[in-house]
Write a protein that binds this ligand. Structure first.
Ligand SMILES: [Zn+2]
Length: 119
């Protein structure tokens, strides 16, 4: 299967996220300056920003991994059971590493507070 299109999509998304991360960093400097007179407000703003940063950085990481898998030729296969990840799922979540069944199983594990990376 040809993943050129997926790859292009991922690269575009990566650019978008990188710009977003740079943007939040720029905002941070602004907020620090503005918030000097109001500690509480500054704290609140940085909480929100940290959440954004974490989400974007996590996505960025997943995108990089997906791109590496495309290059390695094992993109589109479940990292857990080896079955093909459905095309619909990949369309919705281009950097999915697990098929829908295993992803649901992993959510199960998350609830038991186990680290899925250990498996
Ligand atoms: Zn699976």
């Amino acid at each position: 299967m040809d993943y050129t299109e997926v790859k292009e999509k991922l690269v575009a998304k990566r650019k978008e996220l990188e710009a977003q991360l740079e943007g939040t960093q720029a905002t941070e400097r602004h907020e620090v300056k503005e918030g000097l007179n109001d500690g509480a407000q500054l704290w609140e703003a940085s909480e929100v920003r940290d959440g954004l940063d974490d989400a974007s950085a996590g996505d960025l990481n997943q995108i990089n991994q997906a791109l590496a898998r495309i290059d390695a030729g094992d993109y589109g296969f479940c990292a857990s059971c080896g079955n093909q990840i459905g095309e619909a799922r990949l369309e919705a979540l281009p950097y999915a590493t697990l098929c829908i069944d295993c992803a649901e199983g992993e959510e199960e594990m998350d609830r038991q507070e186990l680290d899925p990376n250990e498996y």
